[in-house]
Design a protein around this ligand. Structure first.
Ligand SMILES: N[C@@H](CCC(=O)N[C@@H](CS)C(=O)NCC(=O)O)C(=O)O
Length: 200
């Protein structure tokens, strides 16, 4: 059986839980509290030298890190990955965008607010992230103006990757009321068969 090492409040970890549930794959969840330094113990570092969550461990002991690589592995041969090569590349385009642009902004603002309770020394960084976050959410809102899912009519890993931190963006101080297409899309994602909430 697959073991997921994750923190329940983390969007990157939630991507794994959501993908496993959508695909009805059996797994066990091992909670790792990153705020208590549990990602930096010798035992955890032996599995994950980067000291980061999430990771999965397969029944044969192999370990995989990086949330989007993990969901790509879990979803192999499923409808969550388009057959058409161009659509598949579009899916990757948005997954890389999520990791390089969206997550470092939306998730970090949320980390400062939710995990760290707004320390004074991160206030100016938080404000800068908010200025950038507005642009990122506007771009996603525009992308969703004429299609139900991120790359078109098919629900793919790009939706899962972007959903993870967008649906909890309010916990980082972003008001999603300004983004009606995003709201419609969030609702569509939550209606997918096998959907599970972050703490579900
Ligand atoms: N690009 C990585 C990001 C991994 C990451 O930053 N994980 C955070 C939790 S969301 C973590 O483990 N932080 C602990 C630390 O940096 O000590 C992914 O998508 O999995």
């Amino acid at each position: 059986m697959i073991t997921v090492y994750g923190d329940e409040k983390s969007g990157n970890c939630y991507k794994i839980k959501l993908t496993l549930n959508l695909l009805n794959i059996n797994y066990q969840w091992q909670n790792v509290d990153l705020m208590k330094g549990e990602t930096k113990t010798a035992e955890f570092l032996a599995k994950s030298p980067q000291g980061k969550l999430p990771i999965i461990e397969l029944a044969d002991g192999r370990v995989l890190a990086e949330s989007n690589a993990i969901i790509g592995y879990l979803a192999k041969d499923s409808m969550l990955i388009p057959n058409d090569e161009f659509d598949k590349a579009l899916m990757y385009q948005w997954m890389f965008y999520e990791q390089y642009t969206h997550e470092p902004c939306i998730a970090v603002a949320r980390f400062i607010q939710l995990y760290q309770n707004m320390p004074a020394e991160r206030q100016s960084e938080y404000e800068a992230l908010h200025a950038k976050g507005g642009q990122i959410l506007t771009l996603l809102n525009e992308q969703l103006s004429d299609k139900p899912f991120v790359i078109g009519s098919q629900f793919t890993l790009a939706d899962i990757a972007l959903y993870a931190y967008t649906h909890v963006a309010h916990e980082g101080g972003f008001d999603l009321i300004h983004y009606p297409n995003i709201n419609k899309w969030l609702e569509q994602v939550s209606k997918q068969k096998g959907y599970v909430s972050m703490f579900g």
